[in-house]
Design a protein around this ligand. Structure first.
Ligand code: HEC
Length: 168
């Protein structure tokens, strides 16, 4: 049992977790009624006013890049790999599928609910020298915050079936 084998085992497991039958997927596939009017409005927020789409895009809603989004944390993140000061506190953009089942959120689980995460973005994250310039107060109303949460939930689909019990 080595660290590298453990990482491979976890990666093999994670590749079996596929969430692709969400309301969002049905909407993109042409079912206009798959999203609630609120979720449709917030798709526009996600792309434009809130700017989430600039990092969370593509089939899994991630650009696979590393950023500091101002989480409450002193973790070094990407720096541990590159030893480059500019990478301190940067983490890879996670995909946004199945979020209903994967809380708590961010790399350290510090944000308990999706409402908390969206609020963190709305206030522009916590101060950090490497915080991405896109993290600034967004001026979302309370209704707009809730609409974004509804949109994130619309991408959850049903939880993947685990073919074997996790604990024998
Ligand atoms: C500058 C790129 C960037 C932008 C813009 C951005 N994100 Fe993120 N997002 C990230 C990164 C990087 C993380 C991981 C941060 C961490 O773990 O410390 C993340 C984490 C998240 C998470 C937690 C997912 C999980 O599984 O823990 C959610 C939810 C999320 N973002 C939603 C949003 C929403 C909604 C917006 C728009 C208001 C947004 N993001 C804007 C890069 C970005």
């Amino acid at each position: 049992m080595t660290a590298s084998n453990i990482a491979k085992a976890i990666a093999a497991f994670e590749r079996t977790i596929i969430v692709n039958n969400s309301d969002f997927d049905r909407y993109i596939a042409g079912d206009d009624n798959a999203l609630t009017p609120q979720a449709k409005k917030s798709m526009d927020l996600f792309i434009n006013k809130a700017g989430c789409y600039s990092c969370h895009h593509g089939p899994n809603l991630t650009d696979n890049n590393y950023y500091n989004v101002g989480p409450k944390s002193e973790d070094l993140g990407r720096y541990n790999v590159t030893h480059n000061e500019a990478d301190c506190g940067k983490f890879r953009t996670p995909g946004l599928r199945g979020l209903n089942f994967t809380g708590p959120y961010l790399h350290n689980g510090f944000e308990v609910t999706l409402e908390d995460v969206v609020h963190l973005y709305n206030v522009g994250g916590n101060a950090h020298p490497n915080k991405d310039p896109r993290l600034k107060p967004l001026g979302l109303t309370e209704d707009e915050e809730l609409a974004l949460v509804a949109f994130l939930r619309s991408m959850s689909g049903t939880p993947p079936k685990i073919s074997q019990p996790m604990i024998p």
